[in-house]
Design a binder for this molecule. Structure first.
Ligand SMILES: [Zn+2]
Length: 173
């Protein structure tokens, strides 16, 4: 997935907010979590010398983020719904969603560390150069455009709404 991770995190945060989940930092937790696993690209380029697929690093293991999401959910319930636990859950669940979205065409190590094999929902055939053009011309990129377009339209609507609400609240005595 190229462009839709952050928009996907924004959509999750908007969805939660619309359902009454309100907490300072909720949008930030969802959005940062939605892109956080790709921090391993620093290791991939600067240390590993591009010698392994970055999805094979432990930070891209689904079980890591699924476990952390479950632990955060338990913390949230047992702590009497503490905001910190909610933000941890939002962060980890969005990181898990990141891995699942990567798995549409991006080869993920679904059962790592137990099975060293990668899976993808669809295969992108090589044919164009540079390599990333193959992904952009693949049908799955329409899905990315759909997520991004939806997030952009919600963001625009929310901003428009905020601009109309703020002047009214300033007018109050
Ligand atoms: Zn990724």
């Amino acid at each position: 997935m190229f462009i839709a991770h952050i928009p996907a995190g924004y959509l999750v945060a908007s969805w939660l907010h619309k359902r009454g989940v309100v907490a300072g930092g909720l949008f930030a937790a969802c959005i940062i979590g939605s892109v956080f696993p790709d921090i391993d690209l620093l290791y991939f380029y600067l240390i590993d010398g591009k010698s392994h697929h970055h999805h094979s690093y432990w930070i891209h293991y689904p079980v890591l983020w699924l476990s952390l999401s479950l632990l955060s959910a338990a913390w949230y319930i047992l702590s009497g719904r503490r905001t910190a636990a909610l933000l941890a859950l939002a962060f980890c669940a969005n990181a898990f969603l990141h891995i699942m979205l990567d798995g549409i065409v991006g080869d993920i190590w679904l059962f790592a560390p137990w099975i060293d094999r990668h899976y993808a929902l669809a295969t992108v055939s090589p044919g164009f150069s540079p390599w990333w053009l193959n992904f952009i011309l693949h049908w799955s990129f329409l899905f990315e455009l759909l997520i991004t377009g939806l997030a952009a339209s919600i963001w625009t609507r929310r901003n428009k709404l905020r601009r109309t609400i703020v002047p009214q609240s300033k007018d109050r005595p």
